[in-house]
Design a protein around this ligand. Structure first.
Ligand SMILES: C[S@@+](CC[C@H](N)C(=O)[O-])C[C@H]1O[C@@H](n2cnc3c(N)ncnc32)[C@H](O)[C@@H]1O
Length: 235
């Protein structure tokens, strides 16, 4: 069974760099730390891809007897990882009914939900609203790719599509937080592509309220009010 120690050590070495390459390891090692801290965590990962986060989680739970990582991807990623702590399900990440049928133990509670599949706000919304009730109290929901800055014009990952998509995801998470301050804590880790972290502070089974959006103000109209007051004083 592969333990991925070498991979973790290579990430630790990247931490010493002074350039932007250290951010990717900061993000991945944050996931590692959170999985290490928990006793026998049940981790559900949405999106396997090349398996960077998968390897990180598996290394963290390697010596935890009853811990498990359940990963979901629409593509067949079953051959990319070798570990008896790993269970792979090929399906759409939003199809919670099918997932619960295949993995009913999820109903007992998820300790860490890692959201890194299709980076489109509508999809992320469906994921969080499907899984939230199955996350335990004090469980974490960690979203990758919530920062649009690295994708802005002339930046490291310049991509207008991802810049816009990530901004929408970030605004969605803010709107969810605004409507659910009594149910979640919210933190941001700036780094490679940014992590948003929700900590669930209510019991397993509790559901989220619908997001609450507020129209952004981009002009301060009170300038006109103050000006009008001054003019009225003069005349
Ligand atoms: C950004 S990659 C995941 C990266 C991975 N977490 C890592 O750290 O290497 C996104 C993955 O999400 C998968 N994906 C895209 N749409 C999906 C969907 N609707 N349901 C499940 N997985 C999906 C893609 O096949 C891809 O492998």
């Amino acid at each position: 069974m592969e333990t991925y120690d070498k991979y973790i050590n290579s990430l630790k070495n990247l931490l010493n760099l002074k350039d932007e390459n250290r951010f990717i390891s900061q993000q991945l090692l944050y996931l590692h730390k959170q999985a290490m801290i928990k006793v026998d965590p049940i981790i559900v990962e949405l999106g396997v891809g090349t398996g960077q986060s998968t390897k990180v989680f598996l290394n963290a739970i390697n010596s935890k007897k009853n811990a498990k990582l359940i990963s979901i991807d629409i593509k067949d990623c079953s051959k990319s990882i070798s570990s008896d702590k790993w269970e792979f399900i090929q399906q759409d990440s939003t199809d919670i009914i099918n997932l619960l049928w295949k993995k009913p133990e999820i109903k007992k509670g998820i300790d860490i939900l890692y959201v890194d599949s299709l980076h489109v706000a509508k999809h992320v919304k469906k994921e969080i609203y499907s899984y939230f009730q199955f996350v335990k109290k004090d469980g974490l929901i960690i979203f990758d790719d919530i920062d649009s800055s690295p994708y802005m014009a002339g930046q490291r990952k310049d991509s207008v599509g991802t810049e816009i998509a990530n901004r929408k995801i970030y605004k969605l998470l803010e709107a969810i937080f605004r409507a659910n301050m009594c149910k979640i804590d919210f933190k941001i880790l700036r780094g490679s592509t940014g992590l948003a972290i929700f900590k669930k502070i209510v019991d397993l089974g509790e559901k989220l309220n619908e997001p609450f959006y507020i129209k952004e103000r981009n002009f301060d109209y009170s300038i006109f009010k103050r000006l009008l007051k001054k003019l009225l004083k003069v005349f």
